[in-house]
Design a protein around this ligand. Structure first.
Ligand SMILES: [Zn+2]
Length: 265
């Protein structure tokens, strides 16, 4: 059973929500997805770390954590040949979506935050590789229309370390957060059938350690805290944004042309 949290939108009663929001009107949005990170690690590594960073940041610096977005952009752009290479014929057990679906949904997530009275948004993406630029494009358009600042960064973009995919960086992060989600005795485990070798495991995964993960994680949380400090004022909208107004923002985004960093296919 999941333990209820004192910083989660979903877990707070209205009075407690408003009290937390009055003290710090920032909302954190964790976004990740399920994709293979070798046989050694839980599929939701990207989601689990985004949740952790947001919950820790809200707990330490104030603010509220929005419902987690557990689907992310995949199977398009360079991700497609990457999947063919590192997963091959094996089922990737993927929770991916095309960019236009994630971005459209993201715009409406931002609308929900503004209408709920938040003054600023911090988005922490556990999934990197370029699709964050699509989210930033939506964020920029939203800020232009509403004045509400939205910061979107993947975990390595918070600074200090170069990210990887299921290598010493990511496996360490998860070891420090959820040790039970990593089993390094499976490092040499190959796929039973089909191709895909070690299921997208990074070459240096054997060098992962909880201590390394702890250092990386603390650097990221401190960086989020510094941004949160600067965003506390933000902007409070005067009237709720209705669906039609959100659609107008979406039209402006689409009018920017073929900007999807991953392509649409
Ligand atoms: Zn990952």
């Amino acid at each position: 059973m999941r333990v209820l949290s004192s910083v989660r939108w979903s877990d707070l009663r209205p009075d407690d929500f408003l009290e937390r929001q009055r003290a710090c009107p920032i909302v954190y949005m964790p976004i990740g997805l399920c994709e293979p990170h070798g046989h050694v690690a839980a599929l939701g590594l990207d989601t689990l770390k985004a949740d952790y960073y947001c919950e820790e940041a809200a707990g330490r610096f104030g603010g509220i954590v929005a419902p987690t977005q557990g689907y992310h952009i995949h199977e398009c752009g360079f991700h497609k040949p990457w999947l063919d290479e590192v997963v091959g014929d094996t089922n990737p057990l993927l929770a991916g979506m095309p960019p236009q679906v994630v971005c459209y949904h993201f715009l409406y997530q931002l609308r929900a935050y503004a209408n709920a009275g938040f003054h600023a948004v911090i988005v922490v993406s556990g999934h990197a590789g370029g699709s964050q630029k699509d989210l930033r494009r939506v964020a920029k358009a939203f800020t232009k229309s509403t004045g509400i600042p939205v910061v979107v960064k993947t975990d390595p973009e918070w600074g200090g370390y170069e990210g990887d995919h299921a290598g010493a960086y990511e496996i360490s992060q998860l070891q420090a957060i959820h040790p039970e989600a990593v089993d390094l005795s499976l490092l040499e485990r190959m796929n039973d059938e089909g191709s895909g070798g070690r299921l997208a495991l990074g070459l240096d995964a054997a060098e992962a350690s909880p201590a390394k993960g702890q250092q990386i994680n603390e650097t990221i949380i401190a960086a989020i805290g510094a941004v949160a400090e600067n965003l506390k004022e933000g902007t409070l909208i005067k009237e709720p944004i209705n669906y039609q107004q959100a659609e107008e923002i979406w039209s402006k985004i689409l009018a920017q042309g073929e900007w999807w960093s991953m392509g649409l296919k």
